[in-house]
Design a protein around this ligand. Sequence first.
Ligand SMILES: *[C@@H]1O[C@H](CO)[C@@H](O)[C@H](O)[C@H]1NC(C)=O
Ligand SMILES: *[C@@H]1O[C@H](CO)[C@@H](O)[C@H](O)[C@H]1NC(C)=O
Length: 373
Amino acid sequence: MFLHPLMPIVGRGKEMGTTSARRATVSGRTRFRGTSGTIVLPSMLMFGVIVASSGLLLMIEKGILAEVKPLPLHPSRGQLTPWRRIGSGRATSATEDVGYQVLQDIRNRTIYTMCRQKNMPHSIWDLSVGHRRTLLKHILVSDKYQFLYCYVPKVACSNWKRILKVLNGVLENVDVKFKMDHKKDLVFLSDMKPDEIHYRLKHYFKFIFVRDPMERLLSAYRNKFGEIKEYQLKYGVEIVKRYRKNPGKTLGDDVTFSEFLQYLLDEEVERMNEHWMPIYNLCQPCAVTYNFIGSYERLHEDANYVLERVQTPSFIRFPERQAWYKPVTTETLNYYLCNTPRGLIKELIPKYILDFSLFAYPLPNITSEFCRQ
Ligand SMILES: *[C@@H]1O[C@H](CO)[C@@H](O)[C@H](O)[C@H]1NC(C)=O
Ligand SMILES: *[C@@H]1O[C@H](CO)[C@@H](O)[C@H](O)[C@H]1NC(C)=O
């Protein structure tokens, strides 16, 4: 992960609807290392993120949003208006819609403001070979419907892969029971030549789905170390050996969440497994100008919006959750976070700070005040 000297502060009530975003300037290169090898962010950047995130929460809480008028920065009605229900979406109240509209707008502007900085990549050709390879391997292509989808593991990516397989005609419908092969019958941008990549990035509809970074990590942890033997052997055994005082004999199936987070702290972001690599590194939202950013919190509505936008046949709908799926609830997340040493979370946040800030997720509240409840 590389850092940048400027951090926009958005979401201040008064300034909504204008293009101005306040910035906190931090001079000089902002890369330096903390004791455990992680990059420590300048406090100004953290401050900016906190203000941006909590300002938004505050506004939602106070219900100010109900009075916010359509924001001028957004496309005019009838164009891309993701928050408006089109056809199959679940009905939501008008207030919720306005709130979502503001959230989309904050995301949009934060990404725009941060990605405009000089030291951020402005196209995929600005990326190092390694970064570009990771990105292109995560972008799925539909030539028939002219879209690119950057998949993020633990954000319903299997469902999108199912849809792509149905669109390619290799699967009859999204509900067919089969074991997902994450590579077969799918077209990745990494399979293409530079001019083919360039053409698609320029002309296709591009989207990603994002999720609260901590929730995503917990979901990866519970799934991989709780259920998948291959991961327990490949990562679990090593993690326990490295971070437990008296590891004893382990099958790697008893990794604690704290041990997992400690492991993440020591891992280089670029070399992480895709299930816990930051979304920023997987999808490079500065190098690729995504047309739409959906979120896990509004999975079905956002997915249906995309399906309508790219004009897939009407029989294609976003799959329902599998019956066996155990969602991470807010309570579960808080339980895990509150039972993890606070310092560990604080140290880890900088690694995922771009996921928090670009996609407007509030930093986890791990104050003792909050955890006592
Ligand atoms: C952000 O806003 C611009 C201009 O209104 C629009 O073209 C773009 O699609 C939006 N991007 C996202 C990710 O919503
Ligand atoms: C964290 O939670 C406590 C207790 O609910 C609350 O008083 C405090 O304002 C919260 N802090 C942040 C930064 O959200």
